[in-house]
Design a protein around this ligand. Structure first.
Ligand SMILES: Cc1ncc(COP(=O)(O)O)c(C=O)c1O
Length: 424
């Protein structure tokens, strides 16, 4: 039996198609084999592979101008500082931030979200205040709020999901989920499990109307969608570089300037201070107030190179290519026996989460790996959502600009063989 949960409608977007074969040559790792088979890498929602210009930019820091930023009064330090701040300008341009100082370099989306929860949320939430989330949040946009709610006495509430995996936005009013006690609305722009795209601009606007601050987890958004913080109207937005073709260990928290100004530091140490006395200190200006210690200069420079790369390829063209792959994968996987696909119809994020009969997703992923196909299997750091779906785990194939329909075919052929192997 093939059960397909709400597989859907094509959307209209027709920029010039990507020259994927040429782009693939930019990613050295895609040339390798796994278990004697060509690598088919479909775990891009976990982390993307890196193109040569990103690898080169990061290596170049260590080869030519490795130094600490801002404090070093020598040529290497000045060059490193320039490159680091240039990367900040590139990131700001990518997300439509009017002022690069609104972009704080952090390790990843998780750290950015924790920064907001601890440095902004914990100091402002009072008993009875409400933090509105969704049941499909990645643990990194759920657990920090649980911790902060436990400390402050704030109450966590959740926008329910509709059966097709979309948010039940009607419940905001119907169930008074947005009300005068709502202080924070923190939600994902795109689910890393269902691929659901949330109506982020609408939710941010409605959050603001009740005086709440909006926090957007854009970890699965920025790599795949043109993102503009002004158009979204969010107050904070976090994403990870490594899901966007950039090195591991670098991410961004963008904050509305006036909010960053009033936010207390998250971590204390070097770089984030103006003056330190034995019993008290004053803080450096934004964003340095939030960048305690020696930053990941090479990572930031690599992120800047990734932004250049992505923009040169074309965000609209990437989005159209990934939508084509997703639609194709939904169709092809949906034709296979015993496959259950989760999530809403198109348009949706570029991933397909599925199960095959009674095969445990870990067994499935191991079988696929033997065939050279890398997919994710597990709870995807979204255990409450797994419970909502009534499963312990799922498999997930997720796409990036370098994936092809032939790779989707390879996935489907391997899934078919797995079905025959496990089900007999
Ligand atoms: C929606 C979403 N939010 C947050 C994260 C956390 O990202 P990181 O582990 O890079 O901090 C992920 C990672 O998969 C994600 O998919």
């Amino acid at each position: 039996m093939t059960r397909t949960v709400a597989v859907g409608e094509p959307e209209a977007m027709v920029p010039a198609p990507l020259d994927v074969e040429r782009l693939r040559r930019d990613f050295p790792i895609l040339g390798r084999t796994v278990h004697g088979r060509p690598l088919v890498y479909l775990d891009n929602a976990a982390t993307t592979q890196k193109p040569e210009p990103v690898i080169a930019a990061e290596a170049d820091v260590y080869r030519r101008y490795n130094a600490n930023v801002h404090r070093a009064i020598h040529t290497l330090g000045e060059e490193a500082t320039f490159a680091y701040e240039e990367a900040r300008r590139k990131v700001a341009a990518l997300i439509g931030a009017p002022d690069p100082r609104g972009c704080v370099f952090v390790r990843n989306a998780t750290e950015g979200l924790n920064l907001v929860a601890w440095a902004w949320g914990r100091r402002r939430l009072r008993p009875g205040d409400e933090v509105l989330l969704t049941p499909m949040e990645h643990h990194s946009n759920l657990v920090p709020w649980q911790l902060v709610a436990a400390e402050t006495g704030a109450r966590l509430r959740f926008v329910p999901l509709l059966p097709d995996g979309h948010l039940d936005v009607g419940a905001l009013e119907r169930d008074s989920l947005l009300n005068e006690r709502t202080r924070i609305v923190a939600f994902t722009q795109a689910s890393n499990v269902l691929g659901t795209l949330t109506p982020a601009a609408e939710i941010c606007r409605r959050a603001r109307a009740v005086g709440a601050v909006s926090v957007l987890d854009a970890a699965q958004g920025v790599p795949h969608l043109p993102v503009d913080v002004r158009a979204l109207g969010c107050d904070f937005l976090a994403f990870s570089g490594h899901k966007l073709y950039a090195p591991l260990g670098i991410g961004v928290l963008w904050g509305r300037p006036e909010l960053l100004e009033e936010t207390e530091p998250f971590l204390g140490g070097g770089e984030m201070i103006l003056r330190v006395d034995l019993t008290c200190s004053t803080w450096n200006e934004v964003p340095y107030k939030f960048e305690a210690g020696t930053p990941n200069v090479a990572g930031a420079v690599g992120l800047g190179a990734a932004v250049d790369y992505l923009r040169a390829v074309g965000l609209e063209a990437v989005a159209a290519h990934e939508a084509d792959l997703t639609r194709y994968a939904l169709e092809r996987l949906g034709e296979l026996p015993d496959v259950t696909i989760y999530g809403p119809p198109m348009p949706r994020g570029p991933l397909v989460t599925f199960n095959v009969g009674a095969i445990h997703p870990h067994d499935l992923a191991q079988f696929l790996d033997q065939e050279g196909v890398a997919v994710r299997a597990g709870h995807h750091c979204a255990q409450p959502l797994m419970r909502h779906l009534g499963v312990a785990a799922t498999a997930r194939a997720s796409f990036a600009l370098y994936n092809t329909r032939a790779e989707v075919d390879a996935l489907c052929a391997a899934v078919r063989r797995a079905g025959a192997f496990f089900h007999g």
